[in-house]
Unconditional design. Structure first.
Length: 430
């Protein structure tokens, strides 16, 4: 198996190291830097109604320099991979797997989930913190007979990421239903949350209801294509029925099995967040199956692991044979040239100007404006331009992946007044 996986692991390492390059390449890093700067200026914003700033944005206290924060977040994302392997391994070990086997399986679960690394490249560090740190740590405490501590850890996801809170909260519920004290503790936490953080809980409920419909810029896939896209192979068709069979009984792995199955089912049913939930299930489902098999002392774990790794391993050989990199879509949202251009544009804008930017094209203008021109009012548009006095626009790079509505984006409704390194400053026509 190791020989079969070598090309894939080489590609995985190549892409993972991009997180530690000049600046991480994905969309969301610019926004995390922005929220980190916001959290440093106003720590109480961590308790506000919105999902962000969250606990991951406490890095804003480390530096007020957007560039330094971008580098820190790239390194943080890279750190999440070994952290996830370590914590999922501790959980498997607590279920009875020998240490070497436990960490072998956790490495297979984490590294074999293509979409987990793809999400980190994109900048989904808050949700991946829940998936790679909070959830396995909570499961480890549960497996060690500490359900109250497990639920307390899982509850921190409310201050990290709302999608993560949805599945971490579901896991906490399944754990609580197995233990009377844990259920009372969960109810007490829910009451305290409703009393002191009702604004966040109401936002979660609102986002949950909106998740059933596809919003602007949503990536909507039919169920079969969505499953194959998320799992990158046949495991997405075989692991769910296997997990359903294994969920029968009262094992320590049952809460994870039920959570993984629920996330998978919701991923198929919910148009708005379905693709994101399927990406989560591409790690939760194999991890749940591995956990159940080692807990049952079953000899089927090699077959389950091979199934999970078959698609990525085959894609690795395709990459080696022809340079095909379909596993990880190419993105490079910020370059030294664009950074220089944004700073130049900031020096030209009049005081208190309103400026519009497009998602994926010029996101890094937002934290730079917040840091160096806080008087500006910057608006972010996704699939269509809205009203602003000025616009910052760089055309889509044909080498990169974008949402369809971004890839076809045209210039803003204005006249070009300045251009540098491919970044244009437009003034709205009156």
């Amino acid at each position: 198996m190791s020989l079969f996986l070598m090309p894939y692991l080489a590609l995985y390492l190549k892409e993972a190291l991009r997180l530690a390059s000049w600046l991480p390449p994905g969309d969301d890093y610019a926004l995390h830097v922005y929220f980190a700067l916001m959290a440093a200026r106003d720590p109480l914003s961590l308790l506000g109604a919105g999902q962000y700033p969250g606990l991951v944005h406490l890095l804003g206290f480390a530096s007020g320099d957007p560039f330094a924060l971008g580098r820190l977040y790239g390194l943080y994302a890279l750190f999440l991979i070994p952290a996830g392997i370590a914590l999922w391994g501790l959980f498997f070990n607590a279920l009875g797997a020998p240490r070497r086997l436990a960490f072998f399986l956790s490495a297979g679960a984490v590294l074999g989930s293509v979409r987990t690394l793809a999400g980190l490249i994109d900048g989904q560090i808050a949700e991946k913190t829940v998936l790679l740190v909070v959830v396995p740590l909570g499961l480890y405490l549960w497996a060690r007979g500490r359900p109250l501590a497990s639920i307390a850890v899982l509850s921190t996801s409310l201050f990290i990421n709302y999608l993560g809170f949805a599945y971490a909260g579901l896991l906490a519920l399944f754990i609580a239903l197995r233990d009377r004290r844990a259920l009372l503790f969960l109810l007490a936490l829910a009451a305290l949350g409703a009393l002191f953080f009702h604004n966040k809980l109401l936002t979660v409920l609102g986002l949950s209801s909106e998740g059933w419909a596809a919003g602007e810029g949503s990536l909507v896939l039919d169920p079969l294509r969505g499953v194959l896209y998320a799992f990158y192979g046949p495991s997405g068709l075989v692991l769910p029925p296997l997990a359903l069979l294994l969920a029968r009984g009262s094992s320590k792995s049952q809460p994870l099995l039920l959570t993984a199955l629920a996330v998978f089912a919701l991923g198929i049913a919910a148009a708005g967040v379905g693709e994101r939930l399927l990406r989560v299930s591409s790690l939760l489902l194999p991890a749940a199956v591995f956990a159940s098999l080692v807990e049952r002392r079953s000899g089927l774990w090699p077959a389950a692991l091979a199934l999970h790794l078959a698609g990525p391993g085959a894609a690795g050989w395709l990459w080696l044979a022809g340079g095909w990199e379909g596993l990880f879509a190419y993105v490079e949202r910020i370059t030294p040239e664009k950074w220089e251009a944004y700073l130049s544009v900031l020096s030209l804008l009049p005081p208190n100007a309103s400026v519009g930017v497009r998602w994926s094209l010029d996101l890094w203008f937002i934290p730079l404006a917040y840091a160096y021109r806080p008087d500006l009012n910057v608006s972010l548009w996704v699939c269509s331009w809205g009203p602003s006095g000025f616009y910052v626009y760089s055309p889509p790079d044909p080498r990169q992946w974008y949402l369809p509505c971004i890839a076809s984006a045209g210039p803003p409704p204005g006249v070009l007044v300045y251009e540098r390194n491919g970044v244009g400053l437009y003034k709205r026509l009156e």
